[in-house]
Design a protein around this ligand. Structure first.
Ligand code: 6PG
Length: 250
């Protein structure tokens, strides 16, 4: 099995290394379920897009379906592509096909980004959705119970890409962020949003991520977006498999 989780401190990430991808996704599913079960009242989670979490969502909707407290979980998205919700690139579509459509989650518990709109307008609207759900005062950031993130091959997370303007945003909850390499806008939560979470859980799998994971976790001279995720009063949990962790010092 994986290594024992390192004791959580306010600054150091907890790194859990699981031997195989299935063990990684089981451990991540159990972590989410345990947190949701333990929470009194609503459990708010911001989902990640991309391909890695698809296996987690499939596990939650499949083998773990009957132990997930669906009625108390409220689903948001850490970022979204600037596309229609039924577009193949849509993070909402991926989550809906792999999970929502297969489980007894109420539609009113799902808050997708209306990314079919103008990107800046979609970001403003999503901010309003968050302010209303969390009953925020002006300049207040919501405290998500759990934020799921992936790590891109360039060290990005959510849609906070190297060199993009959203990296320095400190006031907004959600912004439209131009991503030059894709020549498109993305709608993304900002670092202050992510860093107000009670727990941020990265999911990283595969040898193709090993070099970047080593950079992110062990090169303090690097300046990678993933390295800017440090929950202020929360847990930072890296759930990785052996293949992704192969470059880490032991
Ligand atoms: C997205 C995600 C993005 C993703 C990373 C890793 O919208 O694509 O939010 O940040 O998590 O790019 O993607 P993979 O899991 O596919 O490697």
């Amino acid at each position: 099995m994986g290594s024992d989780p390192k004791p959580a401190t306010s600054t150091q990430p907890e790194i859990r290394i699981l031997a195989t991808p299935p063990e990684l996704f089981h451990a991540a599913a159990d972590e989410l379920i345990d947190q949701a079960v333990a929470k009194n009242g609503k459990f708010s989670v911001a989902l990640s897009g991309g391909s890695t979490p698809k296996s987690l969502y499939g596990l939650l909707a499949g083998e773990k379906r009957n132990v997930v407290p669906w009625e108390k979980i409220y689903f948001f998205f850490g970022d979204e592509r600037h596309v229609h919700p039924d577009h193949p690139e849509s993070n909402y579509r991926m989550a809906n096909e792999s999970m929502f459509s297969k489980v007894p989650v109420r539609p009113e518990n799902i808050f997708r980004v209306h990314a079919e709109e103008d990107a800046a307008q979609a970001a403003r609207n999503y901010e309003q959705t968050l302010r209303a759900f969390f009953s925020l005062k002006p300049n207040e950031f919501p405290r998500f119970d759990l934020v799921l993130l992936g790590m891109g091959p360039d060290g990005h997370c959510a849609s906070l890409f190297p060199g993009s303007t959203a990296l320095t945003e400190q006031r907004r909850l959600v912004v439209a962020n131009w991503v030059e390499k894709f020549k498109t806008f993305r709608i993304t939560m900002t670092f202050p949003m992510l860093n107000h979470a009670a727990c941020v859980m990265f999911l990283t799998s595969g040898t193709d991520k090993s070099t970047m994971l080593q950079e992110v976790l062990e090169n303090e001279n690097a300046d990678l977006p993933c390295q800017r995720v440090h929950p202020i009063n929360g847990r930072l949990l890296w759930m990785v498999d052996q293949a992704a962790a192969s470059g880490l010092a032991r």
